[in-house]
Design a binder for this molecule. Structure first.
Ligand code: G6P
Length: 367
């Protein structure tokens, strides 16, 4: 009903706007004395030091949050992380051992493939940590350790705030793994936590002015197909941006690692094809910019989602979307918001049933 949507046209928009609050609810109780704290589930530093490998498994947006986790854990903790799609993991005879940690991510806690992956990991004797939004769900009950994201109920089939808090959880985990393994010291860990705590207000800034996303969306509605590109964390993020757009707007879209374009995908570019470039990582900016020039030369209409201090030639970018600054490592939490809103407004302008896209279910409890 309209009342349940709290004045918003769709649950998806309401849930996008709830993200600053969902972040605070999820992060704040897990910070003790300025450090990330996992004692509520029994995940001790001793355990974190003992794991040989970390696996992160989920489906859809949950798996994309895991991709962010892989980058951040490997970057900070120098510990190998494998991120896998649950339906692949469960049938792959994965190289799992009892001294590994398997992190299972699921909003609903009921996704059949994800639950099966968890049971497999348990049967091999690995430690399992579920990061779940729905309290008491099957995955929450089955895992050896569980921590809840506290996003509140997510009604829209297209996940937004659940992804946001899952990704935020990846940072908490990465900081603790890095600290436990002495890859960062206490001061560095506190500093990271303090910067993570400032993310909700930056997300709020992105949510506050929506006219620019409507403008971008109005340029996308007539496209048959489009590309998302990015490198590193921006690639992980562009996977999520592309999924949002295709699932609700029914426009074909793909996400590509920007450096991989030249190995095939660039042949798809023709006059007027939209390319959404995500460029928040300063060390990769020059490289991504040269990919932007390559697609622009071939006629692409370029939307660039980038940090507000990034300089570019106005001839290369048709629609810049500038983001409030945060440490590069944390930028996915900020940059996902414009991607969600661009997808939302594209589908809304097309008058599609944004909250109930065709052929999709909120939770996939069959194989
Ligand atoms: C469905 C939903 C997606 C979600 C995925 C995993 O496909 O439409 O939004 O990301 O399932 O769901 P889960 O509840 O396990 O996070």
């Amino acid at each position: 009903s309209a009342a349940e949507k709290g004045g918003y046209a769709h649950f998806m928009l309401k849930e996008i706007c709830e993200q600053p609050d969902a972040l605070k609810k999820t992060i704040n109780p897990r910070i003790k004395n300025g450090l990330p704290d996992f004692s509520e589930c029994g995940l001790t530093d001793e355990k974190l030091r003992s794991y040989h490998h970390i696996y992160i498994v989920g489906c859809g947006s949950a798996m994309h949050a895991g991709m962010v986790g892989k980058y951040v854990i490997e970057k900070l903790a120098r510990t190998p992380v494998v991120v896998d799609i649950a339906s692949e993991f469960r049938y792959r005879d994965p190289l799992l051992a009892p001294d590994d940690l398997v992190v299972i991510i699921s909003q609903s806690g009921e996704t059949a493939d994800t639950l099966a992956a968890l049971k497999l990991a348990n049967s091999i004797g690995a430690d399992t940590l579920a990061i779940v939004n729905v309290v008491g769900s099957s995955i929450a009950r089955e895992a050896k350790m569980v921590m809840y994201t506290l996003a509140g109920p997510e009604i829209s089939v297209c996940s937004t705030k659940a992804y946001m808090v899952q990704a935020a959880f990846m940072y908490l985990l990465a900081f603790r793994v890095a600290y436990a393994r002495n890859a960062i010291d206490e001061e560095q860990c506190r500093q990271l936590i303090s910067e993570l705590s400032q993310i909700p207000s930056k997300v709020q800034k992105c949510v506050d002015d929506q006219t620019q996303y409507q403008k971008v969306a109005s340029k996308l509605i007539s496209a048959d197909s489009l590309l998302y590109i990015g490198r590193g964390l921006d690639y992980a993020l562009s996977m999520e941006g592309s999924l949002k757009l295709k699932e609700i707007s029914y426009i074909h879209s793909e996400s590509y690692a920007a450096g991989e374009l030249k190995h095939g995908t660039i042949s798809l570019i023709e006059d007027g094809m939209p390319v959404i470039a995500v460029a928040t990582q300063h060390d990769l900016y020059e490289k991504t910019m040269s990919n932007i020039k390559e697609v622009k030369t071939r006629g692409a209409t370029v939307v660039m989602v980038c940090s507000e201090d990034m300089k570019f030639d106005g001839n290369d970018v048709d629609y810049p979307v500038m983001l409030p600054l945060a440490r590069d490592l944390l930028m996915p939490l900020v940059a996902v918001v414009p991607l969600q809103l661009i997808a939302y407004y594209t589908a809304a302008l097309k008058n599609f049933d944004v909250d109930h896209p065709r052929n999709l279910a909120k939770s996939v409890t069959v194989e």
